[in-house]
Design a protein. Structure first.
Length: 317
């Protein structure tokens, strides 16, 4: 492995054509430059410079290593500048993640506001389930994550602080020809004979399992579908019904209707998760997510209005 200082010295020698001038530029003694270049040539497997009567110049091997050295030094310099800007809160990269239904409207609206307010911040966004996002946040791969306690609660994570954004009502998606499609609200007991479209069920506690237990029945059948497009497709074909968060209402196809359920506990909480020492850009995005929920008009649910409860932030770790 070549040392960064030795590569920087090679570049200086190549640009000045002199050990003496390179020593002055980098605050070395001339003898130190000679020793470092000799060591570098040993590591490179042979001479890198032609010694001339007046100075030195790169030989073919030296030109090869010089080309790579300038690329490495340039990338390190850019990394140093980006880190300085990022930690000063003036821009840089922001790695964020969110669960699927948050990406339908909530996150894009906040990111648009961030782009307008902070064009110097470049966002790298990923989508995933809450447990994966929390793991990536813990590992340092994400700077912020929008997560939810649906369907199985928030996973614990050391060094991660979560701030609740809102409570989001869970509705039931029914095909338009369903016998309950015209109802204002639906009691879960009325759906006891339906197949349910659900990613997780039975292998760990879920909100649906708890709600069905309160209603006095166990679902007749669980069809394990992870993606929302698949759930909507199956429901539209009359193959099952699904719980749908109200944040996802904009994405529901016309073949389906959303109806409220009489169980008041069928709602999830949406949170922003941050590391112990968050970036300033991450804090700005957190505030914009809050503002998005505060200023967005309630979204229409057929026959009613969408209700998203807004609560004051409560940190946890």
């Amino acid at each position: 492995m070549f040392e960064i200082d030795a590569l920087r010295l090679l570049v200086a020698v190549a640009e000045t054509g002199s050990f003496t001038k390179a020593a002055v530029r980098l605050n070395y003694t001339q003898s130190a430059v000679s020793r470092r270049i000799a060591t570098l040539e040993q590591q490179a497997g042979g001479p890198l410079l032609e010694r001339l009567p007046r100075g030195v110049r790169l030989n073919p091997a030296g030109r090869t290593l010089h080309r790579h050295a300038t690329e490495v030094l340039d990338r390190l310099s850019r990394a140093e500048r980006e880190l300085a800007v990022l930690h000063a809160g003036h821009g840089g990269l922001l790695h964020m993640g969110a669960f699927a239904t948050a990406n339908i409207s909530l996150v894009p609206t906040a990111l648009r506001a961030l782009r307008d307010a902070r064009p110097d911040v470049e966002v790298v966004a990923v989508e995933g389930p809450t447990h994966t996002l929390v793991e990536r946040l813990t590992d340092g791969a994400l700077d912020l994550a929008v997560v939810s306690d649906y369907p199985s609660g928030l996973p614990p994570a050391d060094g991660v602080t979560t701030t609740m954004l809102c409570e989001d009502e869970l509705l039931v998606a029914l095909p338009r020809e369903h016998r309950l499609a015209g109802a204002r609200t639906v009691d879960l007991w009325e759906l006891r004979d339906e197949a349910w479209l659900q990613n997780a069920y039975g292998d760990r506690p879920t909100m649906l399992a708890d709600a069905c237990s309160r209603a006095g029945f166990t679902p007749r059948k669980i069809i394990r579908i992870a993606e929302w497009s698949g759930k909507f497709g199956y429901a539209a074909a009359g193959l099952g019904v699904a719980l749908v968060p109200s944040l996802a209402a904009w994405a529901v196809p016309d073949e389906l209707v959303l109806r409220r359920l009489t169980d008041p506990a069928l709602r999830r909480t949406v949170h922003v998760a941050l590391p112990a020492a968050p970036l300033q850009a991450a804090l700005t995005l957190r505030d914009l997510l809050r503002a998005t929920l505060t200023t967005t008009e309630p979204q229409a649910v057929p026959g009613e209005h969408r209700k998203v409860r807004h609560n004051r932030s409560t940190p946890r770790s």
